[in-house]
Design a protein around this ligand. Sequence first.
Ligand code: PDD
Length: 278
Amino acid sequence: PIGLVDGKIIDISENIVPMEDRGHQFGDGVYEVTKVYNGHCFALQPHMDRLYRSLRELAIPAVYTYEELTEFHELLIKKSGIMDAAIYLQITRGVSPRTHSFPENVVPRLTMSIRPSSAAIDKNKAEGCKAMLIPDERWLRCDIKSLNLLGNVLGKQKAKSAGCWEGIQVRDGIVTEGTSSNFFVVKDDVVWTHPKCNLILTGVTRTLVIEKIASDLGIVVVEKKFDEAFVKSAQEAFISGTSTEITPIVTLNNQPVGSGSVGPVTHKIQKAYWMLID
Ligand code: PDD
């Protein structure tokens, strides 16, 4: 499998992570995952906009232009020949002897990889998945797409161990988001999702659902906080994400959501998302 380090194509099995890369030692960096459909990156611009924002929030200098990053994505597609893929990109603060505070004159380091899209999750998209509510144990800057994913990793594993596909996180009684997805419920024909703030990632897919899909379909979306009881009284639930796309949730905490099958509003939004990809 191939990847790219600071603009150069490499084999990802090569030893490319220096011992003292701050991403490796501190999780001091940011990332993006972008999907490739039919040889083309989907929604690359909003992903790169969010990358630049994450870099700004962590005061990591942006040493690559949008044009360069676009070229690197295209190069990986071309060199790998993988037409349906997920491209992973990360930028760390750089390589420097280990000390917590920012080192001086360190150069950010870019690494990327390309992998074929996983077919395993297509069944979930069609039939819906199981999810469970779990405590949100992450830090307070979930709006930054940082490499520090331990809270998300532990949450996902908790859900997986219980036979679920996703863990839906709850902080102070408020339902925030999935461990690698945004979360929506449908109640009385209105779509609800947690407002944009430091407690969730502003998903590119989430933004498309709200600003493009729901708006085109005339579906009302409210970005307001809601609790567990509200979720349990909802007729439908779904998650959104770059790989997840729109995945219905049909079982939550072992209880059916609404009818226990994919609901009509979720189905409409999912179909509209697939139209955008085509
Ligand atoms: N995850 N919330 C969290 C915590 C996420 O990790 C993700 C994406 C999302 C959805 O964002 P988007 O629609 O921009 O993909 C929401 C990526 C795909 C990952 O970590 O693999």
